[in-house]
Design a binder for this molecule. Structure first.
Ligand code: SF4
Length: 365
Protein backbone atom coordinates (compact mmCIF):
# COMPACT_ATOMS: atom_id res chain seq x y z
CA UNK A 1 0.00 0.00 0.00
CA UNK A 2 2.85 2.43 0.68
CA UNK A 3 3.83 2.38 -2.99
CA UNK A 4 0.23 3.21 -3.89
CA UNK A 5 0.24 6.05 -1.38
CA UNK A 6 3.48 7.40 -2.88
CA UNK A 7 1.96 7.28 -6.34
CA UNK A 8 -1.20 9.03 -5.17
CA UNK A 9 0.97 11.75 -3.63
CA UNK A 10 2.84 12.11 -6.91
CA UNK A 11 -0.51 12.46 -8.65
CA UNK A 12 -1.68 15.18 -6.27
CA UNK A 13 1.57 17.06 -6.99
CA UNK A 14 0.77 16.61 -10.72
CA UNK A 15 4.03 14.82 -11.38
CA UNK A 16 3.87 12.79 -14.60
CA UNK A 17 3.50 9.07 -13.85
CA UNK A 18 5.50 6.50 -15.77
CA UNK A 19 3.60 3.78 -17.63
CA UNK A 20 4.37 1.21 -14.91
CA UNK A 21 3.35 3.60 -12.15
CA UNK A 22 0.07 4.32 -13.96
CA UNK A 23 -0.60 0.57 -14.38
CA UNK A 24 0.05 0.09 -10.68
CA UNK A 25 -2.45 2.78 -9.68
CA UNK A 26 -5.07 1.61 -12.16
CA UNK A 27 -4.78 -2.03 -11.11
CA UNK A 28 -4.43 -1.69 -7.37
CA UNK A 29 -5.45 1.68 -5.91
CA UNK A 30 -8.72 1.59 -3.93
CA UNK A 31 -11.43 3.31 -5.99
CA UNK A 32 -12.28 5.78 -3.26
CA UNK A 33 -8.65 6.92 -2.90
CA UNK A 34 -8.28 7.23 -6.67
CA UNK A 35 -11.46 9.31 -7.02
CA UNK A 36 -10.60 11.49 -4.05
CA UNK A 37 -7.13 12.29 -5.47
CA UNK A 38 -8.63 12.98 -8.89
CA UNK A 39 -11.20 15.28 -7.28
CA UNK A 40 -8.43 17.15 -5.43
CA UNK A 41 -6.57 17.64 -8.72
CA UNK A 42 -9.77 18.87 -10.41
CA UNK A 43 -10.26 21.44 -7.64
CA UNK A 44 -6.71 22.72 -8.08
CA UNK A 45 -6.82 23.11 -11.87
CA UNK A 46 -10.29 24.48 -12.70
CA UNK A 47 -11.26 28.13 -12.52
CA UNK A 48 -14.00 27.58 -9.94
CA UNK A 49 -14.17 24.19 -8.18
CA UNK A 50 -17.88 24.67 -7.44
CA UNK A 51 -18.76 25.00 -11.10
CA UNK A 52 -19.50 22.25 -13.62
CA UNK A 53 -19.74 23.42 -17.22
CA UNK A 54 -22.10 22.29 -19.97
CA UNK A 55 -22.79 23.27 -23.54
CA UNK A 56 -25.54 23.59 -26.14
CA UNK A 57 -24.65 22.44 -29.61
CA UNK A 58 -26.25 20.51 -32.41
CA UNK A 59 -24.82 17.43 -33.99
CA UNK A 60 -25.55 17.24 -37.71
CA UNK A 61 -24.33 14.32 -39.79
CA UNK A 62 -22.93 15.39 -43.14
CA UNK A 63 -23.47 11.96 -44.68
CA UNK A 64 -24.10 8.44 -43.44
CA UNK A 65 -22.17 6.87 -46.33
CA UNK A 66 -18.94 5.37 -45.04
CA UNK A 67 -16.46 3.01 -46.56
CA UNK A 68 -14.83 2.26 -43.19
CA UNK A 69 -17.42 -0.16 -41.79
CA UNK A 70 -16.30 -0.01 -38.14
CA UNK A 71 -17.72 -3.00 -36.29
CA UNK A 72 -19.04 -0.86 -33.42
CA UNK A 73 -21.01 1.52 -35.66
CA UNK A 74 -24.68 1.08 -36.58
CA UNK A 75 -24.96 4.56 -38.02
CA UNK A 76 -23.20 4.21 -41.35
CA UNK A 77 -24.31 2.60 -44.59
CA UNK A 78 -22.11 1.24 -47.34
CA UNK A 79 -21.59 3.31 -50.51
CA UNK A 80 -23.71 0.86 -52.58
CA UNK A 81 -26.73 0.96 -50.19
CA UNK A 82 -28.35 3.75 -52.15
CA UNK A 83 -31.79 3.48 -50.52
CA UNK A 84 -30.37 4.41 -47.10
CA UNK A 85 -27.63 6.81 -48.17
CA UNK A 86 -27.91 10.55 -47.71
CA UNK A 87 -25.87 13.71 -47.94
CA UNK A 88 -27.41 16.51 -45.88
CA UNK A 89 -28.64 19.36 -48.05
CA UNK A 90 -28.14 23.07 -47.40
CA UNK A 91 -31.89 23.44 -46.82
CA UNK A 92 -31.67 20.77 -44.11
CA UNK A 93 -28.67 22.50 -42.50
CA UNK A 94 -30.61 25.77 -42.43
CA UNK A 95 -33.59 24.17 -40.74
CA UNK A 96 -31.44 22.35 -38.15
CA UNK A 97 -29.24 25.40 -37.46
CA UNK A 98 -32.24 27.69 -37.05
CA UNK A 99 -33.76 25.25 -34.54
CA UNK A 100 -30.45 25.00 -32.68
CA UNK A 101 -29.97 28.78 -32.52
CA UNK A 102 -33.46 29.13 -31.03
CA UNK A 103 -32.40 26.73 -28.28
CA UNK A 104 -29.29 28.80 -27.56
CA UNK A 105 -26.65 26.80 -29.44
CA UNK A 106 -23.47 28.59 -30.49
CA UNK A 107 -21.88 25.66 -32.28
CA UNK A 108 -22.51 22.99 -34.87
CA UNK A 109 -20.88 19.59 -34.45
CA UNK A 110 -20.51 18.28 -37.99
CA UNK A 111 -19.58 14.65 -38.45
CA UNK A 112 -20.14 12.00 -41.03
CA UNK A 113 -18.84 8.92 -42.69
CA UNK A 114 -15.86 8.50 -44.97
CA UNK A 115 -17.72 9.07 -48.23
CA UNK A 116 -15.61 7.77 -51.12
CA UNK A 117 -16.48 10.70 -53.41
CA UNK A 118 -16.46 13.71 -51.08
CA UNK A 119 -13.13 15.53 -51.17
CA UNK A 120 -11.79 18.87 -50.05
CA UNK A 121 -13.84 20.96 -52.51
CA UNK A 122 -17.11 19.62 -51.07
CA UNK A 123 -16.11 20.43 -47.47
CA UNK A 124 -14.67 23.84 -48.29
CA UNK A 125 -17.87 24.81 -50.08
CA UNK A 126 -20.03 23.50 -47.23
CA UNK A 127 -18.07 25.28 -44.48
CA UNK A 128 -17.92 28.55 -46.43
CA UNK A 129 -21.64 28.50 -47.12
CA UNK A 130 -22.55 27.82 -43.47
CA UNK A 131 -20.15 30.54 -42.25
CA UNK A 132 -21.49 32.96 -44.85
CA UNK A 133 -25.07 32.47 -43.65
CA UNK A 134 -24.28 32.05 -39.93
CA UNK A 135 -21.05 34.00 -39.30
CA UNK A 136 -21.12 33.69 -35.49
CA UNK A 137 -21.77 29.95 -35.45
CA UNK A 138 -18.69 27.90 -34.49
CA UNK A 139 -17.88 24.85 -36.57
CA UNK A 140 -16.60 21.88 -34.58
CA UNK A 141 -16.27 19.57 -37.51
CA UNK A 142 -14.99 16.25 -38.83
CA UNK A 143 -12.24 14.42 -36.96
CA UNK A 144 -8.80 12.98 -37.64
CA UNK A 145 -10.10 9.96 -39.67
CA UNK A 146 -12.18 12.25 -41.92
CA UNK A 147 -9.21 14.57 -42.44
CA UNK A 148 -7.00 11.61 -43.41
CA UNK A 149 -9.75 10.33 -45.71
CA UNK A 150 -10.29 13.71 -47.42
CA UNK A 151 -6.52 13.93 -47.95
CA UNK A 152 -6.53 10.52 -49.64
CA UNK A 153 -9.57 11.34 -51.84
CA UNK A 154 -8.15 14.73 -52.83
CA UNK A 155 -4.52 13.63 -53.18
CA UNK A 156 -3.36 16.19 -50.62
CA UNK A 157 -1.41 15.97 -47.39
CA UNK A 158 -3.38 16.09 -44.15
CA UNK A 159 -1.61 19.38 -43.35
CA UNK A 160 -2.91 20.85 -46.61
CA UNK A 161 -6.43 19.62 -45.84
CA UNK A 162 -6.40 21.12 -42.34
CA UNK A 163 -5.01 24.41 -43.63
CA UNK A 164 -7.74 24.68 -46.25
CA UNK A 165 -10.52 23.63 -43.86
CA UNK A 166 -9.36 26.21 -41.33
CA UNK A 167 -9.41 28.91 -44.01
CA UNK A 168 -12.92 27.78 -44.99
CA UNK A 169 -14.26 28.15 -41.42
CA UNK A 170 -13.26 25.13 -39.31
CA UNK A 171 -12.96 26.40 -35.73
CA UNK A 172 -12.20 23.24 -33.76
CA UNK A 173 -11.57 19.58 -34.55
CA UNK A 174 -13.42 16.95 -32.48
CA UNK A 175 -11.39 14.11 -31.02
CA UNK A 176 -13.61 11.38 -32.43
CA UNK A 177 -12.20 8.31 -34.09
CA UNK A 178 -9.48 7.67 -31.52
CA UNK A 179 -11.25 4.61 -30.06
CA UNK A 180 -8.17 2.89 -28.57
CA UNK A 181 -4.87 4.07 -30.07
CA UNK A 182 -3.42 0.59 -30.55
CA UNK A 183 -2.90 -1.16 -33.89
CA UNK A 184 -4.08 -4.61 -32.73
CA UNK A 185 -7.33 -3.23 -31.29
CA UNK A 186 -8.12 -1.19 -34.41
CA UNK A 187 -7.45 -4.20 -36.57
CA UNK A 188 -10.24 -6.01 -34.68
CA UNK A 189 -12.83 -3.23 -34.46
CA UNK A 190 -12.19 -0.84 -37.38
CA UNK A 191 -9.70 -2.37 -39.81
CA UNK A 192 -10.50 -0.03 -42.72
CA UNK A 193 -10.34 3.19 -40.72
CA UNK A 194 -7.30 5.50 -40.81
CA UNK A 195 -4.72 4.19 -38.34
CA UNK A 196 -3.85 5.27 -34.82
CA UNK A 197 -0.66 6.80 -36.24
CA UNK A 198 -2.73 8.95 -38.64
CA UNK A 199 -4.96 10.07 -35.75
CA UNK A 200 -1.90 11.21 -33.82
CA UNK A 201 -0.30 12.95 -36.82
CA UNK A 202 -3.50 14.83 -37.76
CA UNK A 203 -4.04 15.98 -34.18
CA UNK A 204 -0.45 17.19 -33.89
CA UNK A 205 -0.77 19.05 -37.19
CA UNK A 206 -4.01 20.68 -36.02
CA UNK A 207 -2.25 21.85 -32.87
CA UNK A 208 0.61 23.25 -34.96
CA UNK A 209 -1.94 25.18 -37.02
CA UNK A 210 -3.56 26.55 -33.84
CA UNK A 211 -6.76 24.53 -34.28
CA UNK A 212 -7.97 23.44 -30.82
CA UNK A 213 -9.09 19.81 -30.60
CA UNK A 214 -10.47 17.39 -28.07
CA UNK A 215 -9.39 13.81 -27.46
CA UNK A 216 -11.63 10.81 -26.85
CA UNK A 217 -11.38 7.17 -25.90
CA UNK A 218 -13.98 4.47 -26.56
CA UNK A 219 -13.23 1.55 -24.26
CA UNK A 220 -14.85 -1.67 -23.07
CA UNK A 221 -14.68 -3.84 -26.20
CA UNK A 222 -11.66 -5.94 -27.18
CA UNK A 223 -8.81 -3.98 -25.62
CA UNK A 224 -6.61 -5.09 -22.72
CA UNK A 225 -7.25 -2.81 -19.72
CA UNK A 226 -3.64 -1.60 -19.82
CA UNK A 227 -4.20 -0.37 -23.37
CA UNK A 228 -6.57 2.23 -21.87
CA UNK A 229 -3.67 3.52 -19.80
CA UNK A 230 -1.38 3.42 -22.87
CA UNK A 231 -4.02 5.47 -24.70
CA UNK A 232 -4.03 8.12 -21.95
CA UNK A 233 -0.23 8.28 -22.03
CA UNK A 234 -0.24 8.73 -25.83
CA UNK A 235 -2.66 11.67 -25.43
CA UNK A 236 -0.57 13.19 -22.63
CA UNK A 237 2.62 12.84 -24.66
CA UNK A 238 1.00 14.38 -27.73
CA UNK A 239 -0.25 17.31 -25.68
CA UNK A 240 3.30 17.92 -24.42
CA UNK A 241 4.41 18.44 -28.06
CA UNK A 242 1.91 21.20 -28.88
CA UNK A 243 3.32 24.66 -29.56
CA UNK A 244 3.25 27.02 -26.56
CA UNK A 245 0.83 29.29 -28.35
CA UNK A 246 -1.65 26.54 -29.21
CA UNK A 247 -4.48 25.28 -26.99
CA UNK A 248 -3.90 21.71 -28.18
CA UNK A 249 -6.36 19.31 -26.52
CA UNK A 250 -8.93 21.38 -24.66
CA UNK A 251 -10.63 18.33 -23.14
CA UNK A 252 -10.57 14.57 -22.82
CA UNK A 253 -13.78 12.55 -23.17
CA UNK A 254 -13.75 8.82 -22.41
CA UNK A 255 -16.87 6.83 -23.22
CA UNK A 256 -17.91 3.25 -23.00
CA UNK A 257 -18.64 1.03 -26.01
CA UNK A 258 -22.40 0.58 -26.57
CA UNK A 259 -22.83 -2.82 -28.24
CA UNK A 260 -26.56 -3.05 -29.12
CA UNK A 261 -26.98 -4.36 -32.66
CA UNK A 262 -23.35 -3.89 -33.65
CA UNK A 263 -21.22 -6.35 -35.57
CA UNK A 264 -18.99 -6.66 -32.49
CA UNK A 265 -22.03 -7.81 -30.51
CA UNK A 266 -22.76 -10.40 -33.21
CA UNK A 267 -19.16 -11.56 -32.86
CA UNK A 268 -19.83 -12.17 -29.17
CA UNK A 269 -18.24 -9.07 -27.65
CA UNK A 270 -20.46 -8.73 -24.58
CA UNK A 271 -21.13 -5.43 -22.81
CA UNK A 272 -18.51 -4.90 -20.16
CA UNK A 273 -19.79 -1.67 -18.64
CA UNK A 274 -19.46 -1.20 -14.94
CA UNK A 275 -19.97 2.08 -13.12
CA UNK A 276 -16.93 1.54 -10.91
CA UNK A 277 -14.73 0.86 -13.92
CA UNK A 278 -15.98 4.05 -15.59
CA UNK A 279 -15.19 6.07 -12.45
CA UNK A 280 -11.72 4.50 -12.36
CA UNK A 281 -11.20 5.60 -15.96
CA UNK A 282 -12.38 9.15 -15.21
CA UNK A 283 -10.09 9.34 -12.17
CA UNK A 284 -7.10 7.92 -14.09
CA UNK A 285 -7.78 10.39 -16.91
CA UNK A 286 -7.60 13.28 -14.48
CA UNK A 287 -4.45 11.87 -12.84
CA UNK A 288 -2.51 11.01 -16.01
CA UNK A 289 -3.59 13.96 -18.14
CA UNK A 290 -1.98 16.59 -15.94
CA UNK A 291 -1.59 18.82 -19.02
CA UNK A 292 -5.27 18.79 -20.11
CA UNK A 293 -7.61 20.91 -18.06
CA UNK A 294 -11.05 19.54 -18.84
CA UNK A 295 -12.32 16.00 -18.36
CA UNK A 296 -15.84 15.38 -19.62
CA UNK A 297 -18.40 12.98 -18.17
CA UNK A 298 -20.19 11.10 -20.95
CA UNK A 299 -23.81 11.17 -19.71
CA UNK A 300 -24.95 9.88 -23.10
CA UNK A 301 -23.27 6.51 -22.67
CA UNK A 302 -23.22 6.03 -18.87
CA UNK A 303 -26.46 7.71 -17.80
CA UNK A 304 -27.26 10.50 -15.42
CA UNK A 305 -26.41 8.88 -12.05
CA UNK A 306 -22.98 7.63 -13.05
CA UNK A 307 -22.20 10.95 -14.74
CA UNK A 308 -23.03 12.68 -11.44
CA UNK A 309 -20.55 10.43 -9.63
CA UNK A 310 -17.95 11.19 -12.29
CA UNK A 311 -18.15 14.85 -11.27
CA UNK A 312 -16.75 13.77 -7.89
CA UNK A 313 -14.07 11.60 -9.50
CA UNK A 314 -12.17 14.12 -11.61
CA UNK A 315 -14.63 15.28 -14.30
CA UNK A 316 -15.49 18.99 -14.45
CA UNK A 317 -17.72 19.14 -17.53
CA UNK A 318 -20.94 17.47 -18.66
CA UNK A 319 -20.60 18.11 -22.38
CA UNK A 320 -23.49 19.17 -24.53
CA UNK A 321 -27.21 18.54 -24.34
CA UNK A 322 -26.73 17.41 -27.97
CA UNK A 323 -29.91 18.41 -29.73
CA UNK A 324 -29.37 15.59 -32.22
CA UNK A 325 -27.06 12.60 -31.88
CA UNK A 326 -27.27 9.59 -34.15
CA UNK A 327 -24.05 7.61 -33.91
CA UNK A 328 -23.85 6.40 -30.29
CA UNK A 329 -27.66 6.48 -29.96
CA UNK A 330 -27.97 3.99 -32.79
CA UNK A 331 -25.94 1.54 -30.68
CA UNK A 332 -28.19 1.68 -27.64
CA UNK A 333 -27.26 4.85 -25.69
CA UNK A 334 -30.65 6.16 -24.58
CA UNK A 335 -30.12 8.98 -22.07
CA UNK A 336 -31.58 12.32 -23.19
CA UNK A 337 -31.11 15.76 -21.63
CA UNK A 338 -32.70 19.10 -22.21
CA UNK A 339 -31.31 22.28 -20.67
CA UNK A 340 -33.29 22.06 -17.44
CA UNK A 341 -32.47 18.37 -16.92
CA UNK A 342 -28.79 19.11 -17.51
CA UNK A 343 -28.72 21.91 -14.95
CA UNK A 344 -30.78 19.91 -12.44
CA UNK A 345 -28.37 17.00 -12.74
CA UNK A 346 -25.35 19.22 -12.13
CA UNK A 347 -27.07 20.83 -9.13
CA UNK A 348 -28.06 17.44 -7.73
CA UNK A 349 -24.40 16.46 -7.86
CA UNK A 350 -23.65 19.49 -5.67
CA UNK A 351 -22.28 21.94 -8.26
CA UNK A 352 -23.27 25.20 -9.93
CA UNK A 353 -24.01 24.73 -13.64
CA UNK A 354 -22.39 27.21 -16.05
CA UNK A 355 -23.01 27.26 -19.76
CA UNK A 356 -19.78 27.30 -21.80
CA UNK A 357 -18.56 27.58 -25.36
CA UNK A 358 -16.32 25.11 -27.21
CA UNK A 359 -13.20 26.70 -25.72
CA UNK A 360 -14.56 26.38 -22.19
CA UNK A 361 -15.26 30.11 -21.72
CA UNK A 362 -18.38 30.78 -19.66
CA UNK A 363 -21.42 32.00 -21.64
CA UNK A 364 -24.54 33.75 -20.45
CA UNK A 365 -27.73 31.82 -21.10
S1 SF4 B 1 -17.60 5.13 -36.77
FE1 SF4 B 1 -17.31 6.71 -38.35
S2 SF4 B 1 -15.69 5.87 -39.64
FE2 SF4 B 1 -16.52 4.13 -38.48
S3 SF4 B 1 -18.13 3.25 -39.80
FE3 SF4 B 1 -19.14 4.72 -38.41
S4 SF4 B 1 -19.20 6.60 -39.60
FE4 SF4 B 1 -17.67 5.30 -40.57
Amino acid sequence: MSNINNLLEMAVEREPLSREQAYELYDNAPLQALCSVADAIRRSVVEDPNVVTWQIDRNVNITNVCKSGCKFCNFHCKPHESEKAYITTMAEYRQKIDEALKLGADQLLLQGGLHPRLGIDFYETLFRQIKHEYPTLKLNALGAPEVAHIAAVSKLTTMEVLTRLKAAGLDTLPGAGAEILAADVRKRISPAKPSEREWIVVMHEAHKLGIPTTATMMYGHVEHPHQRIDHLISIRDLQSLKPETSRGFTAFIPWVFCPAGTELEREGIAPRFSATEYLRIIAMSRIILHNIRNIQASWLTVGREVAEMALHSGANDMGSIMIEENVVSSAGASTRFDKEAMKATIRRAGFTPRLRDQLYNYREE
